[in-house]
Structure formats: structure tokens, C-alpha cells
Design a protein around this ligand. Structure first.
Ligand code: C2O
Ligand code: CU
Length: 486
């Protein structure tokens, strides 16, 4: 849409302005050097322990002024936001009062394996009426989603998710800190939930919602100081939809973090956010009374997601020179001698065997046990989750040596997009055959159709880690696997 493009013209000017700042002396981000300032403090969070109390249950809620929806949420605040200081410890007392088993997966957090919240893989499922304590340190700053990891199309579809913000990454405070959690809902004409998925859509781009929302509201209006530099944290927690987020009305904007991890401020135009992906922006607000609009441009017509209204007397902030965040605490992978692995994402024609034989001769319905659909459409390295076998758990698709650096070539052999997520580790994006993005850290990499992306990471976290597409129905119909780090 022309009107949207026009507003981006200002970005060229931003590039030039940034060119004079010392940060932009590096032409491209270089993972071998600190590209944003190192955090001066060793661990400001210290031994601070934050406690959270989450209870999964049905909470009938009038979400959009229509009928009461039987939401499944973790808290009476239906979209819980947990804030914890850098290097602090989070102890979450979780109780499940849903009619089925549940857990909490802390997406993107590099935590010990048994805290990762994947039923049957890292812990026993938390059955109705049972409790579990998640207790771990937060090694990285930034924004992370948390969500269930079983029957996820329905559980997440009904709202079971939240946001975890690890603070302490700001080199200087912004004038406001806003959070936008983007999610669609599958609602029928009377505002009731309808099917959370279908085979037809699972075999394509995933089942899309019918009703857009930000922070579980319809096109909400947020506020920020006029003329101020605002930190805007965007997070997609939708089951399927990929949003191409962009702004209209901001005087300037820069990307300051991807999946919560800092990069040198980069002029912002639009950015694609697949399921579970995050983007932090610093944007300059217009004058009092004017608005900034957040759009999804990945649609026939741009879709308004939310509005930010400029309020107050108006701040005077001079040239746009967004404050960088402190550098990620993630160890940079050693690229001098990496091990190279290919992972191909493809469609499959092979149906999953629904019953497998256990070593004791009993037959096990794995579709029930492993949170599966009974159909498979997708594969990783020609293996569907679970693969044909005689053990309870599918074998890992790759076994990695602890503390070695790996370069994965992620190959999309399908005509669909796949946001590919690794548990317990964070990738460093290196390159793509289709586009040139700066190096950045990411736990969920969006693969475009036929795209090949190289990512690197140090396999420094032992355990069995899920590795899957975050289009939930893709994961549940085969595009899911285990990486074993030993
Ligand atoms: Cu956000 Cu395995 O998930
Ligand atoms: Cu996918």
C-alpha cells in the first residue's frame, strides 16, 4: 500500500544519521566482536529469587464484548506478564486445574533440561489437580513467551500463554516500554470457539484465526510520551499466522533486538514474525495527539493491529539515535572449526504408525502419549515425529557433542514458511540463500519457501531438546524432532 511505503521514506535519513554514530562503524554486525556494549555489571540480579504462581484453568471471559469464551489461561490476568531482573532466579509454582494434562514451556530460555516443560520428554505431564515447581536462573535478558507443549493447537488456541521479560539490558532508559502480544482467535459467527485445526490447513500453512488481537484485545490503543523514544516489544504467540509488522506515523524506528537479543540499532522497515518470534524496536513518537499505527502487511490489505497515542506535553529528544541494548550474554559460537549438519524440512507421504510395540511387548498408542495428531504431513530429514520404531520415544534426529560448535544448514524443501525453533539453545543467524539479514541471535528462525539458512550455535546445554516448526499444527503433524546433546 502506497501510503505505508511513503512513511518509510524517513528511514533512509535515519541510516545516514546513524552512520555518524560510532556504533555504525561496523558495516555489518560481526559476531566475533562485541557489536553492542557489554553489560558492565557481572550479575545485577544477583541471587534475587522471584516467585510466580500460575494456575492453568478454564476462565470464562468476555474477550471481545461478545459471548463469554471458555479461555484456558495460566492466571486471572488472562495474559500474564512476568518481569525478572537479569541473572535472577524465577521460581514458578504451577498448578494444573484444566480437564487435561498440561505443562509450561519457557520458550527461548537456556535452562536446565528438566525445567523445559515438554511432557514425556523433559518431565512427566502435570495431570489435572497436580502441581510442579519450575525453578531456574535466567541467563539472558529480553522477551520470551511461555506456553503449553501438549495438545498445543487447542491449548494455545484457547489462550494458554504468557510473556516473560528479563530486564536489565538497557544502556539508558527509554521514555516508555510497551508490550504487544499478537494472536488470532478461531471464533465462529456467535463468537464461540471453532475447530482449532484441520487436516487440510495443517498440510499447508496452518489453520488461521478469524479474529486478530493484540494483548488479547481488538486493536487496542496504547499511550506513550509525545516526542519520546519508546521501546516497543512485539511478540507473536499465534498458532500459525506469520505477521509482517510495520509502523505508520513514527518519526523514526530502529530494530534493537531479535528474539530478545540485542543487535546494533538497525533502521526498521518491516519484519516478519512467525509464531513465537519477537522483535524489539525503538521508535520516535510524533507530537501530542498524533498516533503511531502498528500494521500487519502480510495480508491483501494491511491489517491494523494496535495504535500508540502520543500523550503529554511533548519531549524534545534531538536527532534519532536509539540507545542500543547491552550485548547478549550468549557465548558466541566458535566458527573456526564447526561441525556441519544439514536439516531438511519437507512434506511426507508416509503415515505415522499409530501403535508401537514397547520392549515388554505391550502396544502403546503413541498418538495419545506424545501429544500427536493421528496424521502426519511433515518431516525433518525424512523422519516424522515420531519415527517408526519400537521404543517409547523417537530417536534423536541428531546427537551433538557437548560444547562443540555446530553450523546447521536449515533447508526448506516445501512451498510453505516454517518458523524453526530450537529448545535450550540460541542460534546465531549467519546467512541465507534468499536474503541478506544482519547477523543476529534467534531461537526461532523463519524459513521462507525453498530457503536455506545457516545458523551456528554452541551445543553447551546437555539433554534431549525439542527442535521443531512453531506452526503448531506442523509440529503436531510431523515437523518435530529431538536433538540430543551429550
Ligand atoms: Cu515455543 Cu517447542 O516451543
Ligand atoms: Cu512449519
Amino acid at each position: 500500500m502506497a501510503i505505508a511505503r511513503r512513511r518509510f521514506v524517513g528511514m533512509g535519513a535515519a541510516l545516514i544519521a546513524l552512520g555518524s554514530s560510532p556504533l555504525m562503524a561496523l558495516p555489518r554486525l560481526d559476531a566475533t566482536r562485541p557489536f553492542v556494549p557489554r553489560h558492565p555489571g557481572t550479575d545485577p540480579g544477583g541471587l534475587q529469587v522471584s516467585e510466580a504462581f500460575l494456575e492453568a484453568r478454564v476462565r470464562p471471559t468476555k474477550l471481545f464484548g461478545q459471548a463469554e469464551l471458555p479461555l484456558w489461561t495460566y492466571h486471572d490476568d488472562i495474559l500474564p506478564v512476568i518481569r525478572v531482573p537479569r541473572k535472577g532466579r524465577l521460581r514458578t509454582h504451577f498448578t494444573n486445574n484444566l480437564p487435561e494434562h498440561c505443562s509450561i514451556h519457557w520458550h527461548g530460555i537456556r535452562l536446565p533440561n528438566h525445567m523445559d516443560g515438554v511432557p514425556f520428554v523433559t518431565q512427566q505431564p502435570v495431570e489435572p489437580g497436580d502441581s510442579f515447581v519450575y525453578d531456574f536462573e535466567l541467563p539472558d535478558t529480553g522477551l520470551f513467551p511461555f506456553h503449553s507443549h501438549c495438545n498445543t493447537a487447542e491449548q494455545l488456541g484457547r489462550g494458554l500463554a504468557g510473556a516473560l521479560i528479563v530486564t536489565g539490558d538497557e544502556t539508558r532508559p527509554y521514555d516508555a516500554d510497551l508490550l504487544c502480544v499478537i494472536k488470532d482467535w478461531r471464533l465462529g459467527e456467535n463468537g464461540e470457539f471453532i475447530n482449532f485445526g484441520s487436516d487440510e490447513d495443517a498440510a499447508r500453512g496452518g489453520t488461521f484465526g478469524t479474529h486478530r488481537s493484540v494483548n488479547f484485545e481488538t486493536m487496542p490503543t496504547l499511550e506513550a510520551p509525545a516526542g519520546g523514544d519508546v521501546r516497543l516489544r512485539l511478540m507473536n504467540v499465534d498458532n500459525s499466522r506469520i505477521n509482517q509488522v510495520g509502523l505508520e506515523g513514527a518519526l523514526d524506528a530502529a530494530i534493537i533486538a531479535t528474539d530478545g537479543q540485542a543487535l546494533a540499532p538497525l533502521p526498521f522497515k518491516t519484519w516478519r514474525l512467525g509464531s513465537a518470534m519477537r522483535l524489539d524496536l525503538c521508535l520516535r513518537m510524533p507530537k501530542t495527539g498524533e498516533v503511531v499505527k502498528i500494521y500487519d502487511y502480510f495480508a491483501p490489505q494491511p491489517v491494523l493491529l494496535a495504535t500508540i497515542k502520543a500523550v503529554g506535553p511533548g519531549l524534545v529528544r534531538g536527532d534519532f539515535n536509539p540507545a542500543p541494548l547491552y550485548a547478549p550474554d550468549i557465548a558466541e559460537p566458535d566458527l573456526s572449526d564447526p561441525l556441519f549438519r544439514r536439516v531438511e524440512f519437507s512434506a511426507t507421504a508416509t503415515p505415522t504408525p499409530k501403535l508401537i510395540t514397547l520392549p515388554d511387548g505391550n502396544r502403546l498408542n503413541i498418538a495419545d502419549e506424545l501429544c500427536l495428531n493421528d496424521k502426519t504431513f511433515w518431516a525433518m530429514n525424512k523422519t516424522t515425529w515420531p519415527e517408526d520404531g519400537h521404543k517409547r520415544m523417537p530417536a534423536p534426529i541428531l546427537t551433538l557433542q557437548k560444547d562443540r560448535t555446530y553450523v546447521f544448514e536449515l533447508i526448506n524443501a516445501t512451498p510453505h514458511m516454517h518458523p524453526i525453533h530450537i529448545h535450550g539453545h540460541t542460534f546465531l543467524y549467519l546467512k541465507s540463500n534468499k536474503r541478506s539479514l544482519p547477523k543476529h541471535f534467534t531461537d526461532t528462525v523463519l524459513l521462507k519457501p525453498k530457503e536455506r539458512i545457516h545458523v551456528a550455535f554452541k551445543a553447551d546445554n546437555p539433554g534431549d531438546w525439542m527442535f521443531h516448526c512453531h506452526i503448531i499444527e506442523h509440529a503436531e503433524t510431523g515437523m518435530m524432532s529431538i536433538l540430543r546433546v551429550v
